[in-house]
Design a binder for this molecule. Structure first.
Ligand code: HEC
Length: 239
């Protein structure tokens, strides 16, 4: 065995040092980063109430209702359709930016024919609110956008205005009577309240001993987790 040359030793030392220094860096607190890092995502620091944002509003619906095992996740890709990322969703060609009525994705979620509707029975159809979000997102150009508002209202939290929209978008698709993931049902106030603590709380915080939720999706933002905590602290009101 030959001795490592000086340059080798220098490179090795530099490498070890660099690794060490990088590991010492704490993540910088600040505005939430997009949960799916994608260099093409349009990031705004304000959340415009009239804009539908793909990462915040639309992706959770695709992940919890379409990109599921046996359906349109990466492994299954039923009918060659994969729906877990922006580029995959757009490259299906089934979304025509600006034109929901010409978009096959919109057509199948609003279909009346039980043989054609998505998600197919016995899964529940998307709710009117979810369909509306997707329609608006396509009308607004089907952009790959995300808003990272620094102001998070984790004080004025209500079930109907804060908690239910989050559960409906990210959880209900896998926790309803047709698809009760882990036997957990999250279809209404009582079911959410019954599971809220410690189960949902532990699952959304990825605590040890619990399955991390939402399954196969990015962890909820700090804001959402703070709002859920606030609702628990308020005594889980049905308001
Ligand atoms: C893609 C489907 C899917 C989504 C989306 C999903 N879950 Fe689950 N969930 C499951 C499955 C399946 C299980 C059973 C355990 C497992 O397979 O990981 C489960 C288990 C759980 C459990 C029991 C965890 C435990 O270890 O006791 C809770 C609580 C839960 N989910 C809450 C949620 C909440 C809250 C959300 C939304 C933030 C959510 N889930 C989103 C599929 C999903």
């Amino acid at each position: 065995m030959t001795q490592p040359s000086r340059i080798h030793r220098f490179l090795l030392t530099a490498f070890v040092l660099l690794t060490f220094i990088q590991c010492k860096h704490e993540p910088v607190p600040g505005p939430e980063q997009p949960p799916q890092p994608d260099p093409d995502t349009i990031i705004s620091t304000e959340c415009d109430p009239d804009t539908v944002y793909f990462i915040n509003d639309v992706l959770p619906v695709f992940l919890s209702s379409c990109a599921k095992s046996g359906c349109h996740d990466e492994a299954t890709q039923a009918d060659g359709v994969y729906l877990a990322t922006y580029s995959a969703i757009i490259s299906t060609g089934k979304i025509k930016p600006g034109n929901p009525d010409d978009s096959e994705v919109y057509e199948v979620i609003t279909e009346n024919d039980p043989d054609k509707i998505m998600p197919p029975p016995p899964n529940a159809p998307l709710t009117a609110a979810q369909i509306d979000l997707i329609r608006k997102w396509i009308s607004q150009g089907a952009l790959n956008n995300y808003c990272a508002s620094t102001d998070c209202d984790s004080v004025n939290v209500t079930f109907s205005g804060t908690i239910w929209p989050m559960i409906n978008a990210s959880c209900k698709g896998c926790h309803n009577i047709a698809a009760p993931g882990g036997g957990v049902l999250l279809q209404n106030y009582t079911e959410v309240k019954n599971q809220a603590f410690p189960r949902i709380w532990s699952a959304i915080n990825h605590l040890e001993g619990y399955s991390p939720m939402p399954k196969n999706s990015p962890k909820w933002s700090k804001c959402k987790i703070a709002q859920f905590k606030r609702w628990i602290d308020l005594g889980m009101p049905d308001n």
